[in-house]
Design a protein around this ligand. Structure first.
Ligand code: HEC
Ligand code: HEC
Ligand code: HEC
Ligand code: HEC
Ligand code: HEC
Ligand code: HEC
Ligand code: HEC
Length: 394
């Protein structure tokens, strides 16, 4: 327990030291989750000329389909014709004139689907937009979402019941609804993490002119000037110059960061944290011991370890066990006995002593992540990978 608190303290100290330097890392009103970008932008197609390989593979990246319109042919192909019984009523999606609509068996008219959140790797949630009495846009998440198995199911987090409810549980007098309305502030946050530019007019988000999806510019500030200069001008941000914690917190701007939570909320058994990869990673002994302590950062034998050690942000996550094993082997050795140990010197009782943390459970050919980073249900019907690398006891 004491040890864990020390790790938390280490993470917090480093997090605090970078807190003020770069506002992008902060999740306050000025963070890009509420970003208002009106600067001249260069479309990702401009990058093709010189970064053909990355720009080509980016077309299939989940980051490139975080938000699509309700008239997007791929979205229509995925949703039109599907239906499910939710909260006692049949919810369905239909296409009319190249536009997706949501039907509800107890409603006289269909409602237009304006946007769809999520690439479909985990879920696709259709939403409709209207305005509140002050004219601020707000979204309604439909009760039905497309889940990873390709079937329509309950939108996670809305408390929607699949099928017919027990009459005793039906809340008397409540009219049936298409879904759940988010207030304007939440609406702004939803779009903020799923777009690359969210302009505003008179303090209202301008959904007609947003730049959908996470494009090159969102992760590579300065790319516009860089491209316009023919690749001569440097970028404002060089990911390699960030410390590992700064780097995972950048990704954590959308994927969430450990310093957004109180120490009480950061336990290995807090299930919903599996959704927030940078939180788990920042808490892992692998990360804390090799990346955030002074000993670690001054020891060149510690390989750099951040999100891009395992993930190419320009492509879907690899599903290949060997790919991930390779990243473990950068620090963990399988010695003569076939046991994993940390191939580095650590602060043992004797200077220069080798850390011996062996894997007594499996050999070098096994899938390390299947046991040490298992997939878990987050509590809302979706599965995520537990990025808090550790021994899981059953
Ligand atoms: C006219 C050619 C050209 C265009 C267009 C171009 N780049 Fe580059 N880019 C380069 C060259 C050349 C380098 C290598 C610079 C170096 O290594 O110093 C580079 C390097 C980069 C790097 C790595 C920087 C680093 O510090 O390692 C990134 C990221 C990048 N470009 C992003 C983009 C994006 C995003 C776009 C589109 C908005 C773009 N580039 C458009 C030529 C171009
Ligand atoms: C601007 C917000 C934002 C930032 C910044 C961001 N992501 Fe994401 N990321 C998302 C969203 C939204 C999704 C969900 C895409 C979907 O619907 O499948 C996602 C999905 C992913 C996935 C899942 C891919 C898959 O195959 O399912 C990985 C891995 C990932 N991001 C890694 C990163 C890394 C690494 C960084 C930092 C270099 C990063 N992200 C930065 C918003 C962001
Ligand atoms: C702080 C940034 C952030 C905010 C705010 C946010 N999202 Fe996301 N969203 C993400 C990231 C990162 C992912 C990918 C990882 C994950 O699935 O959690 C994602 C994934 C999704 C997905 C794909 C399915 C899934 O759960 O993986 C949907 C659908 C979605 N978001 C809808 C929404 C809606 C609707 C809202 C507002 C009610 C919202 N998001 C607010 C960052 C955000
Ligand atoms: C989710 C964030 C994210 C997005 C979106 C993104 N990148 Fe990157 N990119 C990164 C990170 C992080 C690195 C550093 C990778 C590393 O150090 O291995 C990188 C590295 C690069 C590099 C230099 C390294 C290399 O492999 O040559 C280029 C060039 C580049 N990106 C271009 C692009 C282009 C073009 C796009 C849009 C089509 C794009 N990126 C979109 C996060 C992103
Ligand atoms: C040690 C390797 C490793 C590192 C480092 C890592 N991931 Fe992952 N990540 C995985 C594995 C394994 C998967 C599951 C891939 C699969 O089989 O679908 C995954 C999946 C994901 C997904 C898809 C949703 C899920 O949970 O399955 C997201 C989003 C993601 N990672 C984000 C990140 C971010 C952000 C970082 C940096 C904080 C990061 N990852 C660092 C190994 C890693
Ligand atoms: C950058 C180096 C590095 C990488 C990469 C790395 N680890 Fe570690 N890992 C460490 C260090 C350092 C420790 C702490 C050893 C100690 O405290 O004795 C550790 C500890 C562990 C522990 C014990 C954690 C605990 O809380 O008890 C496990 C299990 C583990 N690593 C598995 C893995 C697996 C599996 C991978 C690949 C997915 C991986 N590690 C990648 C450096 C790394
Ligand atoms: C079948 C599940 C399983 C697989 C596969 C597996 N491990 Fe383990 N690992 C465990 C268990 C269980 C322990 C705890 C063993 C013990 O306490 O005796 C452990 C312990 C460890 C430790 C020591 C942790 C500590 O407390 O010091 C490391 C490091 C480790 N594993 C790394 C790996 C690596 C690297 C791989 C991939 C080559 C791997 N493991 C594959 C289940 C597994």
């Amino acid at each position: 327990m004491k040890r864990r608190l020390q790790y938390i303290a280490a993470v917090f100290l480093v997090a605090m030291s970078i807190y003020g330097i770069d506002r992008w890392i902060r999740n306050d009103a000025d963070s890009p989750s509420t970003l208002a970008s009106t600067a001249t932008r260069v479309r990702p197609s401009t990058c093709f000329e010189c970064h053909n390989d990355i720009a080509t593979k980016y077309a299939a990246a989940p980051h490139n389909s975080t938000l699509r319109r309700g008239d997007d042919p791929e979205v229509i192909a995925a949703l039109a014709g599907k239906s499910a019984i939710l909260n006692d009523h049949r919810h369905s999606f239909v296409e009319r004139g190249g536009q997706l609509f949501a039907g509800h068996s107890a409603m006289p008219t269909d409602r237009r689907v304006d946007w769809v959140f999520g690439s479909g790797h985990h879920a696709m949630t259709p939403v409709a937009i209207d305005v509140d009495p002050d004219g601020h846009p707000r979204l309604t998440q439909f009760n039905a979402s497309l889940l990873a198995d390709g079937e329509l199911g309950a939108t996670p987090g809305l408390g929607v019941t699949v099928g017919q409810r027990d009459p005793a549980q039906t809340i008397a007098g409540l009219p049936p609804t298409h879904g759940k309305i988010s207030d304007p502030a939440e609406t702004r946050r939803c779009f903020g993490c799923h777009v690359s530019g969210l302009p505003q007019i008179d303090g209202r988000i301008d959904l007609n002119n947003l730049i959908a999806n996470i494009d090159c510019n969102r992760c590579h500030p300065g790319a516009t000037a860089h491209a316009q200069s023919g690749g001569v001008a440097g970028l404002t941000l060089d990911w390699a110059n960030l410390t590992p914690l700064e780097a995972i917190n950048r990704c954590g701007e959308c994927h969430r960061r450990a310093d957004e939570f109180t120490p009480d909320e950061l336990g290995p058994d807090v299930l919903h944290l599996v959704r927030f990869a940078p939180v788990g990673m920042a808490m892992s002994r692998c990360f804390v011991r090799s990346q955030t302590t002074e000993m670690a950062t001054s020891d060149p034998r510690f390989a750099r370890f951040d999100c891009v050690t395992c993930h190419d942000p320009h492509a879907p996550a690899s599903t290949n066990a060997a790919h991930y094993n390779k990243t473990c082997f950068a620090c963990h050795d399988f010695g003569k006995g076939g046991k994993a140990s940390v191939a580095l010197q650590g602060p043992g009782p004797h200077p220069g002593q080798r850390m011996t943390s062996g894997c007594t459970a499996a050999g070098a050919e096994s899938s390390c992540v299947s046991c040490h980073m298992p997939k878990k249900e987050s509590g809302e019907g979706l599965f995520f990978t537990d990025h808090w690398i550790r021994v899981h006891r059953r």
